[in-house]
Design a protein around this ligand. Structure first.
Ligand SMILES: Cc1cc2nc3c(=O)[nH]c(=O)nc-3n(C[C@H](O)[C@H](O)[C@H](O)COP(=O)(O)OP(=O)(O)OC[C@H]3O[C@@H](n4cnc5c(N)ncnc54)[C@H](O)[C@@H]3O)c2cc1C
Length: 465
């Protein structure tokens, strides 16, 4: 008998979950309430698309694995996305100083607009699988506390019941799953929230002539400075543009005022990004986002979990976006679904519980990384450091300082921050020793730019008023 699955949401988690399901299920329908553009364009259901998005290598690999005939990486690069390797292709001021750009460290990030990423993944899945998208809004679940049997949808003002063997909720941070489960009699899903009050402000500029090869540049916030964390990221995106995103935690927020934008970037721990954009031509207004909380629903810990439903992506957890994890966690979650389906098929008892637990392991890594930093910002809500946090943070801060001068330590940390390795590996005796010994080179006194990049920066810097 042909099986069917319904996925709610046609963004990163939804399209990749659909690709995973299409390997074992006859009919996969993705429900999307938003109007989906046919080319890379902003859409209402993806407001975060106006802000800088980086795809980690773990996310890239998961996408290639889930959509092997989709050629996502190739299509992105052909459309103007760039691959920029950690650390050679980035200029980064971290909390403990400037990172050196090691030529042999290779953790390639994919850098492009989120709209291009969204359209490319969607096209690749639709073009290489039998997945169908149906314009409809999911408004509830069908079934009982023991088994979900489908979704109630609203289409053009009419309600309809759609039955399926498996429902995947990939409807993002605004997911109503908790509420829908409560309607079936399942309550008490544990939740958690760590909120630094971060505000993102983003603006697109035309890349100034001569600056086309300038690397991705970031000045990160220092969570340990006992003042609001303020940061900026400048990333080259397709179409000869720079997408610049500023961030400020509670008490240090950027505003939507375009006059403030360059001022904010110039006032950071280093003014490099402010200098790069001070005379650049803005192509958009400033857009703000306050959707930056670390917020988690521990579905895997619910006492009762019905067969026939799983949640993936932002519907499970969201993170402070500066760590660039959400899309990759969504892709890795879809990969967890794919693995469980391959092991047991779609009708095996306990499948949804196993998928939820497997997806939670990826979430744990991203959650720990994000919240263990955010808890240090002044005015943070939801978590304050324990004695154990203080010891661990002392160690990771020292390791981060060592990483600014050591390829081996940088590479080990990159593996973890790009979600490719277990954080416990950072306690390996060789790394412990390197950390205890301290930095082997003096700190850099300024951004590690090549002679050409320095010349570009000089040429772009406005003369003082
Ligand atoms: C400012 C900002 C910057 C970010 N930067 C990064 C970054 O650098 N790197 C990174 O990896 N991540 C980043 N993220 C996180 C990333 O955007 C999300 O993790 C990612 O989009 C999650 O994908 P998703 O498919 O789970 O949800 P979403 O992308 O939110 O998609 C949900 C989809 O479901 C649809 N939908 C919702 N409800 C319904 C319904 N009832 N019926 C039908 N359809 C519905 C929506 O229209 C939408 O298409 C950032 C987030 C923000 C806010």
């Amino acid at each position: 008998m042909s099986r069917s699955a319904v996925v709610i949401g046609a963004s990163m988690a939804g399209m990749l979950a659909a690709a995973a399901l299409s390997r074992v299920v006859g009919t996969v329908t993705v429900l999307e309430r938003d109007h989906l553009p046919t080319s890379p364009q902003a859409r209402k259901g993806l407001p975060q698309g106006r802000h800088a998005h980086i795809l980690l290598p773990s996310g890239r690999d998961a996408i290639e694995d889930l959509v092997p005939d989709g050629g996502v990486r190739k299509r992105l690069l052909a459309a103007g996305a760039r691959e920029m390797a950690l650390t050679s292709g980035l200029v980064t001021l971290g909390p403990e100083g400037w990172y050196r750009r090691w030529r042999h460290a290779s953790y390639p990030l994919i850098v492009c607009s989120r709209d291009l990423m969204d359209a490319t993944v969607r096209d690749a899945v639709l073009g290489s699988t039998g997945v169908q998208i149906r314009p409809a809004q999911a408004i509830g679940l069908l079934g009982t506390a023991q088994r979900v049997t489908g979704v109630r949808v609203a289409v053009d003002g009419q309600e309809e019941d759609l039955f399926a063997d498996l429902v995947v909720d990939a409807s993002g941070r605004g997911s109503r799953l908790e509420h829908w489960l409560a309607e079936l009699g399942i309550a008490g899903v544990p939740t958690d929230e760590v909120d630094s009050g971060l505000v993102y402000a983003s603006r697109i500029y035309r890349t100034p002539e001569g600056a086309e090869a300038f690397p991705l540049t970031q000045v990160t916030a220092d969570p340990f400075a006992a003042q609001p964390g303020r940061s900026a990221l400048l990333m080259p995106i397709e179409g000869g543009r720079w997408l610049v995103s500023l961030g400020g935690t509670r008490g240090g927020e950027p505003t939507a005022d375009s006059e403030d934008f360059v001022r904010f970037a110039l006032g950071l721990r280093h003014p490099i990004i402010g200098r790069l954009i001070s005379r650049a031509e803005p192509l958009t207004d400033v857009t703000l986002s306050r959707s930056t909380r670390n917020e988690r629903r521990y579905f895997e810990k619910a006492k009762v979990w019905p067969e026939g439903v799983v949640a993936l992506g932002d519907a499970v957890a969201t993170y402070n976006p500066v760590y660039g994890q959400g899309m990759s966690v969504a892709a890795l979650g879809a990969q967890a679904l794919s693995r469980e389906l391959a092991k047991t098929g779609i009708t095996a008892p306990g499948l949804s519980r196993r998928v939820q637990r497997a997806a939670a392991r990826v979430v744990n890594a991203a959650w720990t990384m994000s919240t263990s930093q955010d808890q240090w910002f002044p005015g943070v809500r939801g978590k304050s450091p324990t004695a154990a946090d203080r010891i661990l943070t002392g160690y990771t801060r020292r390791m981060t300082r060592v990483a600014t001068s050591s390829y081996r330590v940088t590479a080990a940390m990159c593996r973890v921050t790009t979600l490719q390795g277990d954080a416990l590996r950072l306690l390996h005796p060789a790394l412990l020793l390197a950390t205890l010994n301290g930095p082997v080179l003096p700190p850099l006194s300024g951004p590690p730019l090549t002679a050409e990049e320095r010349a570009v920066l000089r040429s772009l810097t406005a003369p003082p008023a």
